[in-house]
Design a protein around this ligand. Structure first.
Ligand code: ZN
Length: 296
């Protein structure tokens, strides 16, 4: 384990998780090492302008993150071994919930509802106090500590979605909000044609928590890296109306930059009324997502 990882782990264990608000400055990997990571600092962020309050170095760091396919290791926030085991256990536990309620419903259920399922169905089993504390800490952590500068759009872990405001979109397994989201989706279907498909709709807090933690398993506990491709729970606009589209039969490639090369995407751009939430080179610390449609 190298020096800056050790340094981070000591900060993390001293604070419980990642509450220190520290990120080390970016150093090219050729210079990484004891000399390259001497600097750890607290950062003060402003909610209105993601770059306001940052010094030049921090702005450069954020811009690096915007143009690189993944953030560089030196800026990352890392779970320790104990937290990794809790993380993996929790992901497996959430998967049991998803198995029971089904993929579609899992996108909509609230945190309290999930706990009720866990209590009432032995196939899931109750979540432990350690897991619940972990979920709460993940939800309450200010994502700017990961370099994720997007807005928090859901403020309570137990916020739930009312049944009567959603609609299941046929053949997609996804739900949309009845109002603006459904209206925009129908308009897109009409203007782009049947080649355009809905690939992800509403995602409640539980679903986003699950996706973020599953991504954190993939990144081996590197929460900053995870947040580059998946908004932490509470920060996803999928919770309040945004949705993802793709080209029919393109599968997973719909969630890569390849989507920007399709005729479907070209058509979206030509329409003039479509906004992409995470544009190329955005300063929010989020990768380019040409498939993610912004709904106001
Ligand atoms: Zn999306």
């Amino acid at each position: 384990m190298n020096l800056y990882r050790r340094k981070f782990l000591s900060v993390l264990s001293a604070t419980g998780l990642i509450l220190a608000g520290c990120r080390t400055a970016y150093q090219p990997s050729s210079q990484a090492g004891p000399a390259g990571v001497a600097e750890t600092r607290n950062e003060v962020f402003s909610y209105s302008n993601p770059l306001a309050g940052l010094d030049d170095e921090a702005i450069r760091d954020q811009l690096e993150r915007a143009v690189k396919p993944a953030p560089v290791k030196a800026t990352d926030v890392q779970l320790d071994a104990g937290q990794m085991s809790l993380l993996k256990q929790s992901v497996a536990h959430l998967e049991k919930v998803q198995q029971l309620v089904g993929h579609g419903n899992f996108a909509l259920i609230g945190f309290d509802q999930m706990l009720r399922y866990a209590r009432n169905y032995p196939s899931i089993g109750k979540f432990s106090t350690a897991q619940l504390d972990f979920f709460e800490r993940i939800f309450e952590t200010d994502a700017r500590q990961y370099g994720f500068m997007g807005e928090k759009v859901i403020s309570r872990l137990n916020e739930s979605i009312r049944d009567n405001v959603t609609v299941k979109v046929p053949y997609t397994g996804n739900y949309l909000y009845r109002d603006e989201s459904l209206h925009l989706y129908r308009r897109l279907k009409k203007d782009v044609g049947d080649d355009l498909v809905l690939t992800s709709g509403i995602r409640g807090v539980v679903k986003q928590l699950y996706l973020f933690l599953a991504k954190a398993v993939e990144t081996e506990g590197d929460l900053a890296l995870a947040s580059h491709s998946l908004a932490p729970p509470g920060y996803s606009f999928h919770g309040i109306g945004d949705f993802d589209v793709g080209k029919r039969n393109m599968g997973y490639a719909n969630f890569t930059a390849e989507f920007a090369n399709t005729d479907v995407f070209q058509r979206l751009v030509q329409l003039g009324y479509v906004d992409i939430r995470y544009t190329d080179g955005n300063t929010l610390g989020v990768r380019y997502e040409p498939w993610h449609i912004k709904v106001i």
